[in-house]
Design a protein around this ligand. Structure first.
Ligand code: SF4
Length: 350
């Protein structure tokens, strides 16, 4: 299991920006599983993360798309590039700088930025860049940047700039995908898009790119690319921006608490923000669920959103009149609870 790093971390933070524990997990070097073991003091022995079979399918889909000088990708993206597939120029950066270690990523980042500089200056450049490397800065502080990698950049004739493009091996019919999957991949595209904006800026060619990204899903037979879908990612871009702001706030708090110690050491002083989605997305789910026991979040996302992070006993006391509200918000809440109780004959209302 890999760590909560790069784009994955940004997606997780965008889905749950209020969780300080997640902030510590992103800051902590090593895998999520190791983080769990540090915090809980026990081995993590459950299945978690992407299944081997879907990882294999993803790799196979990419291999199919990239083989033969990316023939299938060229055919799929020809309309966006505005050229005949035979005339499209492809550069696969992994062929020049292979590997997923940071040193290789840094070298690919340099190559990507050189291509962006060439493109914006009107010099020769590829129409499709496979495995470019982007970066989103969060300096200064621990973890001063996120590495963010799109599967490809495609030079879109409509805007005269590159757009981010991701290949997804979900097998979809009619090019339609489940809303939950689509929301997640839009966040992924949004992080890549923001990194592309930053890198254009870095090479002295700032450009207000439209908030769009290109998705290519797999056809049901043979893991061949569908026609590309150009996605509006305006909402997702704002969510990722908010995630970065939250991460920086969590980091400030964690660094102040830890005074140089490892982030996991201060987890008891951090506030989790347990959501129903945590159960399928985070190794810490059971630990956090135990910590919210007896609080509104235990009743589900709607209860937490409606009632706030409040103890269930407190709600009960406010409803029955055993406790007096201490502020306007509690007075409103108490009134609403008493009305509900009275309407349902659930409790004796004081
Ligand atoms: S389970 Fe949810 S609340 Fe707990 S650390 Fe993970 S994201 Fe945060």
């Amino acid at each position: 299991m890999s760590g909560v790093k790069g784009t994955t971390a940004l997606i997780r933070l965008a889905q749950n920006p209020k969780c300080e524990v997640l902030g510590a997990m992103v800051l902590q070097p090593g895998s999520e599983k190791t983080f769990f073991e540090h915090v809980v003091g026990q081995p993590y022995d459950r299945e978690f993360g992407e299944r081997q079979s879907s990882r294999r399918r993803g790799s196979q889909f990419e291999r199919n798309a990239y083989e033969g000088d990316a023939r299938l990708l060229r055919e799929s993206l020809a309309g966006i590039v505005g050229k005949d597939p035979e005339d499209i120029i492809v550069r696969n950066l992994l062929e020049f700088e292979p590997g997923m270690k940071d040193e290789a990523r840094v070298r690919r980042l340099g190559m990507t930025r050189k291509i962006l500089a060439d493109q914006s200056a009107g010099r020769d450049c590829p129409d499709i860049v496979i495995q470019p490397q982007g970066l989103l800065p969060t300096r200064p502080g621990l973890k001063p940047y996120f590495f963010v990698s799109a599967d490809a950049l495609v030079l879109a004739r409509s805007i005269g700039r590159y757009k981010v493009c991701d290949l997804k091996s979900f097998v979809v019919r009619q090019n339609e995908v489940a809303p939950g999957d689509l929301a997640r991949v839009r966040l992924q595209l949004a992080a890549q898009h923001l990194a592309l904006l930053h890198d254009y800026d870095h090479v002295g060619a700032p450009f207000d790119l439209p908030a769009e990204g290109v998705l290519i899903f797999s056809r049901p037979n043979g893991l061949r690319p569908h026609d590309p879908r150009v996605e509006d990612i305006g909402g997702a871009v704002e969510a990722v921006r908010a995630a970065i702001r939250s991460f920086i706030a969590h980091r400030d708090k964690i660094q102040a608490l830890a005074s140089g110690a490892a982030p996991y050491t201060v987890v008891d002083d951090l506030t989790p923000h347990f959501r129903e989605g945590c159960l399928t997305s985070c190794v810490m789910a059971q630990w956090c669920r135990d910590r919210i026991s007896g609080r509104a979040a235990e009743l589900g996302d709607d209860a937490l959103d409606l009632l706030g992070d409040v103890e269930l006993n407190r709600l009960s006391d406010l409803m029955t009149g055993r406790a007096e509200p201490t502020d306007a918000a509690e007075r409103e809440l108490a009134q609403a609870l008493r009305s509900i109780a009275a309407a349902n004959g659930l409790a004796e209302v004081a």
